[in-house]
Ligand binder design. Structure first.
Ligand SMILES: CC(C)(COP(=O)(O)OP(=O)(O)OC[C@H]1O[C@@H](n2cnc3c(N)ncnc32)[C@H](O)[C@@H]1OP(=O)(O)O)[C@@H](O)C(=O)NCCC(=O)NCCS
Length: 151
């Protein structure tokens, strides 16, 4: 049975492999070990029989504004509602801190649409959102969709 919990140090290698495997396929941005360690408290994992089968992170960006990022489910566990459950749990955690607006920059707008997000023009997001974009290999030619949800 799939269970959900906050990530810990023992998960870092599994997260690094999962996220960068999809990044290599061009589906998401890569994450260095350094970035995963520094933001470890952002991450929750879905675990099945002690194996990480899904991950997602919520990163605080600005006043009542947070980004859902690094969302990935292993191939064999896709389409089992794990991705949606991770997003829901990230949002619950964010709401407890007072987050009122969640957003994602993604190549999967259809999935986020199913989670209640709507697409907005990228330049409608606050400038602060783009702080880390300079580290992206695609910068300044972003081709991700901006998806937003107000709660
Ligand atoms: C995107 C991803 C996280 C979805 O996870 P998942 O666990 O398979 O999704 P769920 O089973 O929770 O799906 C929830 C709903 O979204 C739909 N959905 C899932 N992936 C979708 C996609 N890529 N496009 C459109 N709809 C999608 C499902 O069919 C389901 O719809 P339903 O309610 O009508 O049944 C997963 O496919 C993945 O890891 N992809 C590779 C990495 C990636 O692209 N990450 C996103 C980067 S931000």
């Amino acid at each position: 049975m799939v269970q959900y919990r906050g990530a810990n140090f023992a998960d870092v290698e599994a997260l690094h492999e999962l996220l960068n495997g999809y990044a290599a396929a061009g589906l998401m941005l890569s994450r260095s070990r350094n970035s995963i360690y520094e933001n470890l408290r952002d991450y929750i994992v879905a675990v099945d029989a002690d194996k990480v089968v899904g991950v997602g992170a919520l990163h605080m960006v600005w006043d009542k504004l947070a980004e859902v990022r690094s969302l990935a489910v292993v191939n064999e566990h896709k389409k089992q509602n794990i991705g949606r459950e991770i997003v829901s749990r990230l949002e619950t955690g964010g709401r407890q801190l007072g987050v009122e607006t969640f957003f994602a920059l993604t190549y999967q707008p259809g999935f986020f649409g199913k989670c209640g997000y709507r697409q907005v023009p990228n330049d409608s997001l606050p400038q602060k959102v783009w702080k880390e974009c300079v580290y992206c290999p695609k910068y300044p030619y972003c081709d991700e969709a901006a998806m937003i949800k107000h709660v």
